[in-house]
Design a protein around this ligand. Sequence first.
Ligand code: MLT
Length: 411
Amino acid sequence: MARINDNYLKLAAGYLFPEISRRVDAFRESHPDAAIIPLGIGDVVLPLPQSVRDAMHRAVDELGTDEGFRGYGPYEGYDFLREAIAEGDFRSRGVEVSPDEIFVSDGSKCDSANIQEIFAQSATIAVPDPVYPVYVDTNVMAGRTGVADADGRYQGIEYLPCTEQNGFLPEPPSRPVDLVYLCFPNNPTGAVADRAALGRWVAWARENGAVLLFDAAYELYIGEPELPHSIYEIEGARECAIEFRSFSKSAGFTGVRCGYVVIPRELEGRDESGRAVGLHGLWARRSNTKFNGASYPVQCGAAAVYTDAGRREILANRDYYMANARQIRQGLDELGFTVYGGVNAPYVWLKTPGGAGSWDFFDAMLERANVVGTPGAGFGACGEGFFRLSAFGREDAIKEAIDRIRQAFGS
Ligand code: MLT
């Protein structure tokens, strides 16, 4: 028999969202008439913007002609998209990122999962707690951790508590680590970091020779104008940060799949002998070997997001989801729940009533209101006692969910 990667056996539980689906399926089987409202996984519901669809149609038609046919595309993405991104997401906000520092991919989950491959096996890791499970599980799979304790925390990972007391903003670790995963606006808490908070992180990373792995998948949801959208809005971040972006939540691409990574040319790590090595080249080498690029029609669709019409459409969709977030916040607030997030992020993070455990509250919510959320404990030990509701739903479904929660949990 072939020898397996034993590190997989350390994984404390199934991946969070399939585990939720499993529980929901079991409930559905025993309650076939229940009209379940899914506000668990953050999956978009609004149709693809017209401008995106038009661009994808045109691309497919082009591929059907002798002159327009294209085979393998550039590994790092087509220039037309990389240029549109550099202009639309960075230069327009006064941030210098050049097109050749952008690597287009088939989504940000894979990028944030795979980035650890270009770092040493011995690289030390810090993550916020609670955290998007991908950052942790991929390091477990790669063998950078020991086993998990009773709270699901792995030996060898430094967990940075995000609590009500610190406004769900993690403090830099007290000892140096090589890599720190950060996500703002945050999944799952909905917290957002201001310029000063990100400035402290950049200063700390530069002082300690660390690399910040900055996940900005939800940047479109930032509503307050003074908040930074990119880590590169902070002076010095080009020497210490990699940024991940996604079209999933901004343009409805959860099924279409497209995202990108930014690795500035000046960002360096060191080899065994201490010699500085550019991370851009390592990621390029990895991509060239393991990836053949996102498809041409998908990249054309992504580029359409940067047209005037595309921008208008994605902002309208964002406003729709953020109206949902407001409705969730307000409904829960009226019921006496303690709620966070949902202001610059599409996730509302609520405290479970009466100190209930997250999974117990998940079950209660499913059974009594037929509403699916995500148990905070699924994101880490500090998520225990919290619960996440996603604003990615139809407006009427959100209203119905709040009504049912009112009936189930109102006094
Ligand atoms: C979530 O619900 O946390 C996200 O949809 C997961 C993801 O983006 O992969």
